[in-house]
Structure formats: C-alpha cells, structure tokens
Design a protein around this ligand. Structure first.
Ligand code: AMP
Length: 400
C-alpha cells in the first residue's frame, strides 16, 4: 500500500459481510477487525475513508411484496460497532452512490470515516455494471481493495470500479496483501513435505482443487462428507452418507492420478456413523467402507484421527480447508478438533500452516486455536480459486 494518502479521500472496498442475529447484532466481527489496519493506516497518514461493502444477498432475499429488505440488510447495523473499534464516530449514508453519498464524501475531512449503504442493494453490483462502478469511483480520489473474500467475483465494487482509477491511484489493502503473500507461501516453493487437508460437504466445489494440489502436495488428506464419494468410488459401502454420484468417475481418476504422481492420498479408515442426521442420533464407530444400510458417516473415526494427525505432524507446510465432520454438532466434532490441534502442534514445531476460509475458519475459532496456526484466511471461495491457480478479478483489476 505505497500510495500517498495525505489529504486524499480513499474509497476502500472492505468485506464487512458479517453474520448478524435476529436483533441485527454482529455474532462474529472477525471480518471487520481484519480490515482495521488498512483503515487506520490511511487515517494516520492524514487521509479520509469511504467504506463500501456488501452484506448478505438482499436481491435474493426480498420481502413478499418484492421490495428490498432494507431493515435486515442495511450496513447501518455495523456503524456502532465499527465506531467503537475505530474509536471515532463513523458517518453513514443510506445510499451507496448518488447525490447524497457524493455530498457526504466530499465533505469529509482528514481523519473522517464514511460508511455507505450495502453495495448489493443495487442489482448492478453483482452484474459488474460499468455505470454503477463509475458512480462508485466518484466517491474517492484513490481506490483500495481490501476485500479478499469477494476478490474472486467480478462485481462493480470489487473489480470494475478499479478501471476508473489510474495505476498509481489504486492498490491492494494490507489484508489483501497478507492473503496473497500467505497463499503464495503454499503455492511457490513451499517447504516439504506439503500436506493438504480437505473436508466439508461439497466435492464439486473442491474436486478441481484436489487435481491442482496434486501438482505440488506430497500428501492429500480427504475427510468430511467428501471422503465418502472417494470411498464409494473404490467399491466401499457407505450407507446413507452424503455422496455425489456424478463425481464417482472423477474421484477414481483422481485416485489414479495420485498413484501415478506418487502423491499419498489418505482417506479415513474408520468413521463415526449415525442412524440419522441429528445430534441425538445413535452412534457407532465402523470402518468407513463398511457403513450399515440406513446409517451415515458424520465424522472421521479414532484411527483416522490418529493417522491424519501423524501425517500433519510430519509436514513442513499444511493447508486446511473444510471440516472433517459435522462439527456444528458436538458428538461429531472430534475429527475436526483433532485436525485443528494437529495443525497447532505442527505450527509450534515450525511448520507453515494455512487455514483456508469458510467452515474451517469457523471451526478453528470455535475451538479457540486460531492464534495457534500460521495464517487464517478470510476468503473461502477466493482462497480456493487462488490456490487453483486462477487469476482473481479483484486482484487483477488493481494491478493493470
Ligand atoms: P463445505 O461448505 O463444503 O466446506 O462443507 C461444510 C459443511 O460440511 C459443514 O456444515 C459440515 O457440517 C458438513 N459436513 C462435514 N462432514 C460431513 C459429513 N460426514 N456428512 C454431512 N455433512 C458433513
């Protein structure tokens, strides 16, 4: 961030897409706190800041009469908390762009902060509308993108807006820079052995990544519901476990590719199985390839926990994305906890450990181990696409 911010009005795209409860209280402010260094840096240099972000999916969750649910999705809910964190009164504009927003932005003095309304209230945002992006660009002399969580989207505020600034008028924020640097530590010349731990529910989201990871990882560990697609592809009986049948062939191909490349591919040898998807379900420990009819694997078993922890313990670089089981329910959280602990231990021994976004971040902070790994990313989908080797529109736009 080597722009000169003194006496400049800086339009900063942040990712303030935080979870709110029914009373519009923030339940996890991590994303807001992660954006503070960039905001404070600009203010300290004598600039003023116009913040824009999306919150939720207001276009998809409209009221019955078809109008926007402003009460639910307004960024005004964030103003008080942000003011407390910054120790200054943050101004709020109930519009994202237009006359009022422009007037308020132009009246800012050095050290002032203005938060404008949810970018997704305008349907042009997700369409990458140029007119809207141009209107947004009028809010600042300079543009800083610090929203890694949406950097994989070519939206008006994340990518298109950057067109209206010269190369020397735009930059990545401190958080975006840190995200890129840490992801690159895994991608470029990592210390070996490299282990990738993948879990979660949707194979289709991550299967491409598995193929890509094989080009540089020494070990690949697959847990969570994802594992059962691979186990079924190998002829295992997985009962009612979550399986993506249309991905069975691809799973077989990936297992063959791993063999050819000499990549160790680990699946859970045993599972905690349940007779229904419920916290109060009956539970048993069984080999993952012999799950009873009507039962389902909801967590990795005790042997798998040991196997996976051993591989992680012997690694110098570890990437983790996705829980090992249904960690939201305590009886099925042990596998995920074991991975989090193994990562913390490996970090302590000098390994570089990256937790890549989404549910694994929720899991690791629920277990209060987020300070014990090397880096916790704020971007789920964005981190995965970056690691797949894709160029993210939000990053590309500020560098051209
Ligand atoms: P994803 O969005 O693909 O990272 O998936 C995260 C979700 O996967 C979490 O909500 C977990 O509860 C869920 N999950 C993990 N393991 C299992 C499993 N064995 N069966 C069903 N859901 C699972």
């Amino acid at each position: 961030m080597d722009l000169k911010f003194s006496n400049k009005r800086v339009l900063v795209r942040v990712d303030f897409n935080v979870p709110l409860d029914k009373n519009h209280k923030i339940t996890d402010d991590t994303r807001i706190r992660k954006a503070l260094p960039t905001i404070k840096h600009i203010l300290k240099q004598g600039g003023s800041v116009v913040l824009m972000s999306h919150l939720g999916r207001p276009q998809k969750k409209k009221k019955e009469d078809g109008s926007l649910d402003v009460d639910r999705f307004t960024l005004a809910h964030l103003r008080g908390h942000l003011s407390r964190l910054l120790r200054k009164k943050v101004q709020f504009c109930p519009e994202t762009t237009g006359k009022e927003a422009l007037k308020m932005a132009r009246a800012l003095k050095a050290g002032d902060v203005l938060l404008v309304e949810n970018t997704r209230f305008d349907p042009g945002e997700t369409k990458g509308d140029e007119k809207l992006a141009k209107e947004m660009s009028r809010l600042g002399h300079l543009y800083v993108n610090d929203a890694f969580g949406t950097a994989h989207r070519a939206h008006a505020s994340t990518a298109v807006v950057a067109k209206f600034f010269n190369k020397n008028q735009k930059s990545a924020g401190l958080l975006l820079q840190a995200e890129i640097e840490n992801a690159n530590k895994v991608l470029n010349d990592p210390e070996r052995p490299v282990t990738a731990v993948l879990g979660g529910a949707k194979v289709s989201d991550k299967i491409q990544l598995i193929g890509q990871l094989m080009n540089f990882a020494n070990n690949i560990i697959v847990g969570g519901a994802m594992a059962y697609t691979f186990i079924k592809a190998q002829g295992g009986k997985v009962g009612n476990s979550l399986v993506e049948d249309d991905k069975l062939k691809l799973a077989t191909r990936l297992l063959e590719k791993a063999k050819k490349k000499g990549v160790n591919f680990y699946l859970p040898v045993d599972s905690i199985i349940a007779d229904k998807f419920d916290v109060k379900a009956k539970r048993e420990t069984k080999p993952s390839k012999r799950i009873k009819k009507g039962w389902m694997g909801l967590d990795i078993g005790p042997q798998a926990r040991k196997d996976f922890a051993k591989v992680i313990g012997g690694s110098k670089t570890v990437l983790w994305n996705g829980p090992m089981g249904v960690f939201e329910m305590k009886p099925f959280a042990k596998g995920t906890l074991a991975i989090a602990k193994a990562l913390a231990k490996a970090t302590d021994k000098g390994a570089f450990t990256l937790v890549g976004g989404g549910d694994s971040v929720a899991a690791i902070s629920q277990m209060e181990l987020d300070d014990d790994v090397s880096y916790v990313s704020t971007g789920g989908g964005a981190m995965l696409e970056f690691l797949e080797g894709k160029e993210l529109p939000g990053i590309k736009a500020i560098s051209e």
